[in-house]
Design a protein around this ligand. Structure first.
Ligand SMILES: Nc1nc2c(ncn2[C@@H]2O[C@H](COP(=O)(O)OP(=O)(O)OP(=O)(O)O)[C@@H](O)[C@H]2O)c(=O)[nH]1
Ligand SMILES: [Mg+2]
Ligand SMILES: [Zn+2]
Length: 325
């Protein structure tokens, strides 16, 4: 069996990088960018026999399809670069939400500030990001001026995979182009009116950096609906969840009950109310996802029970006729 890595995946077809070069293949399983697969055969007759267990998996809930499978964005990522552009004000909720998903993926998150050459446009975004990232490493870069690139290359290290996620126009593709010798990712202007990008990148794709290190470019994400991300939530909001033990009532909803540790931390200024609301929103989102998953599970269960009951009835019917006959 020969190993190969999925460079790009597109509904049943993948571009894979093997020792002998890249090749287009049919994929039997649903594969995603970053997957490791095994190939058999040779020349033009190579086929994928399966994929290896994933060491990390970045996923989110699909916007319009809450009950089916999550959208898997990337597999086998070592470092997840949460890209925050310095040409616009910081969106704290977005940063927190992306960090929740990042921790939950199993990769190590890293906040990458881009467009440092434009950082004078908005005061304090660097300092604010460092504060909001709460211990997650923050690197500052400029693809334009070349700042921070060497440091980022060292941080990635040989043989490791860094995926970049962030809003459209944040400079993900530009950063990848600045890091590699052979720039080839399309980049696009941000709209002057609102500073938003134009969704220039349309596919998730691996780009080799040398030394076996690999970068993954991704299309800009408008939002990040969470999928089963409780571990990530606890990781980012551990300080909030620790407060719950101090509430007087075990089933405190933290909404004005007497002796609520959360409300008293907000009142004393120890917990920022925005941060509490951000946590609560994501927590409710996950709870409602689980409720819907449970309903779907019950329906599946009911369906298989009906099928079983029908089979039993048929078997009885058959047996009775057999006896009569
Ligand atoms: N001044 C400055 N502009 C930058 C820098 N990096 C990127 N840009 C500009 O920002 C715009 C968007 O950059 P892209 O690299 O296309 O952004 P992206 O994150 O890949 O966007 P999508 O592919 O749409 O998700 C382009 O006009 C870039 O030239 C930088 O370091 N400094
Ligand atoms: Mg791009
Ligand atoms: Zn409480």
């Amino acid at each position: 069996m020969q190993p190969a890595r999925v460079v790009r995946a597109d509904r049943g077809r993948v571009l894979a990088a093997a020792l002998q070069g890249t090749l287009h293949l049919d994929s039997p399983d649903p594969l995603v960018t970053g997957d490791w697969v095994g190939l058999t055969g040779d020349g033009d007759h190579r086929v994928i026999t399966g994929h290896l267990p994933r060491s990390s998996l970045l996923q989110r809930k699909r916007a319009y399809d809450p009950l089916s499978e999550p959208q898997v964005l990337a597999a086998n990522i070592d470092l997840l670069g949460v890209v925050v552009p310095l040409d616009r004000p910081l969106s704290t909720n977005r940063l927190e939400r992306t960090l929740v998903a990042a921790w939950d993926s199993g990769a190590v998150p890293l906040v990458i500030l881009t467009k440092a050459d434009l950082s004078s446009r908005f005061d304090g975004v660097v300092a604010e990001t460092v504060e909001r990232a709460r211990g997650v490493e923050v690197l500052t870069t400029s693809a334009e001026a070349g700042d921070g690139l060497e440091h980022l290359r060292e941080r990635i290290g040989a043989g490791r995979t860094l995926a970049l996620v962030g809003p459209s126009g944040a400079g993900k593709s530009s950063l990848i182009n600045a890091l590699v010798d052979d720039p080839r990712q399309d980049t696009g202007e941000v709209r002057a009116a609102d500073g938003r990008g134009r969704h220039t990148t349309t596919a998730r794709e691996l780009v080799p950096l040398g030394d076996g290190a690999v970068l993954m470019d991704t299309p800009g994400l408008r939002g990040f609906a969470l999928w089963d991300a409780e571990d990530g939530l606890s990781r980012v909001f551990g300080d909030v969840e620790e407060l719950f033990a101090g509430c007087r009532f075990g089933d405190c909803a933290h909404e004005g009950e007497p002796g609520c540790a959360v409300q008293s931390a907000i009142a004393s200024g120890d917990l920022e109310e925005r941060r509490w609301l951000s946590y609560r929103k994501m927590d409710r989102e996950l709870a409602s996802l689980h409720r819907r998953q449970d309903v779907a599970e019950q329906r599946r269960h009911a369906r298989s029970f009906h099928r079983l009951a029908r089979d039993v009835a048929r078997a009885k019917d058959y047996r009775n006729r057999f006896r009569e006959g």
